[in-house]
Design a protein around this ligand. Structure first.
Ligand code: AMP
Ligand code: MG
Length: 337
């Protein structure tokens, strides 16, 4: 297993150099970012990029996020850098914000799924930073999970899915943000929120004003211009039932039914009411009532419940409040229709 443990703060330069050399030669390297683990490849090498799609089983129309070490490096992939991009990069990079800008012609079409735009980010994780500096190339890196499955927040999640398909996995411990980046399109007159994520919309609006939000229920075409909008995504293996706070009895009933059918029910809750209404026997996880802390543990918790053999997860809908958009979005997409 090509996993190398590295300190999340001060990764061993020798291992980073080895990983960087593999990337430069067109191999796949999985590495931690502050959001989730990424499956990285040389963004300007079409054969390397093809390996990402093959490993993930990712549809060719779903474009990748390109990672660079600093905001100065965007010009290797971006044809232009709109004023809004400059402002947002200054405010939030390095960090969990992805900016969609016009692409340079030499960025392979496979990276952008044929779109004239490219998604770019400077990650804040010291291991990702060290790797990007050492590699000195733009690195395309989607989340390191099979297409549609839960994103990985630990190296073990990556190893399980891709152990023999990647040249190296850098294990920098659990990720801090726990859900993917916020994606904002800055190619138009007004910024557009394509995917909520690690940075809350109202925080971004303090810098660039009102964010346009595409339709909540996108058409197939809209989903293709922003594949993060695909309805079912980020899903655990277990059936996932979302219940509203205050409807614990319905959740308890569904769990009882599942048990009688011979399944293994579990619950993910955050409120006092649910804690009182759902017996703590069995697999019940209570997540913190803070959006950032909740996000950090969401995928982690769902991975853990899959590992314990859960067949049904009853999940209490997160609070419908500003700051929870990223979490609510992932929960909605994880839900079994
Ligand atoms: P992942 O890296 O797996 O979290 O997914 C990448 C996400 O980046 C997609 O779901 C899209 O929302 C977004 N993305 C990447 N490239 C583009 C682009 N050129 N235009 C719009 N969205 C993009
Ligand atoms: Mg992904």
């Amino acid at each position: 297993m090509p996993t190398h443990r590295v300190s999340p703060e001060h990764p061993d330069p020798g291992i980073i150099q080895e990983a960087a050399a593999l990337l430069r030669r067109g191999h796949l390297v999985a590495f931690p970012t502050e959001t989730v683990y990424g499956l990285g490849a040389h963004a300007m090498d079409p054969q390397a990029v093809a390996r990402i799609y093959a490993a993930k089983g990712r549809p060719a129309w779903n474009p990748l996020i390109v990672h660079v070490a600093t905001a100065d490096d965007v010009h290797a992939v971006a044809a232009s850098w709109p004023e809004m991009a400059r402002q947002l990069a200054e405010a939030f990079w390095p960090g969990p914000l992805t900016l969609v800008v016009p692409k340079r012609p030499d960025v392979p079409d496979s990276v952008t799924a044929g779109l004239p735009t490219v998604a770019l980010r400077v990650p804040a994780h010291p291991v990702a930073q060290a790797l990007l500096v050492a590699a000195a190339i733009p690195v395309a890196a989607p989340s390191a999970n099979p297409s549609m499955a839960l994103s990985p927040t630990r190296a073990s999640h990556v190893a399980r899915a891709f152990g023999d398909q990647v040249a190296m996995i850098l294990d920098g411990g659990p990720t801090m943000v726990g859900i993917e980046s916020t994606v904002v399109d800055v190619t138009g007159e007004r910024p557009r929120l394509l995917r909520p994520g690690g940075i809350a919309p109202h925080v971004i609006e303090q810098v660039v004003g009102r964010l346009a939000v595409p339709d909540a229920a996108p058409t197939a075409d809209a989903a293709r211009s922003s594949p993060g909008m695909m309805e079912r995504h980020y899903a655990p293996r277990a059936r996932l039932l979302v219940f509203q706070a205050g409807s614990e009895s319905a959740a308890r009933q569904a769990m009882d039914d599942e048990r009688h059918r011979g399944g293994v029910p579990g619950a993910v809750i955050w409120s006092d009411a649910s804690a009182a209404g759902i017996p703590a026997s069995g697999i019940v996880v209570r997540l913190p009532r803070g959006a950032a802390e909740y996000a950090r543990r969401l995928y982690e918790t769902l991975h853990g419940m899959d590992d314990q053999g859960c067949t049904l997860i009853a999940l209490e809908a997160p609070p419908d409040e500003p700051g929870w958009e990223g979490v609510s979005d992932r929960v909605r997409r994880a839900a079994t229709p």
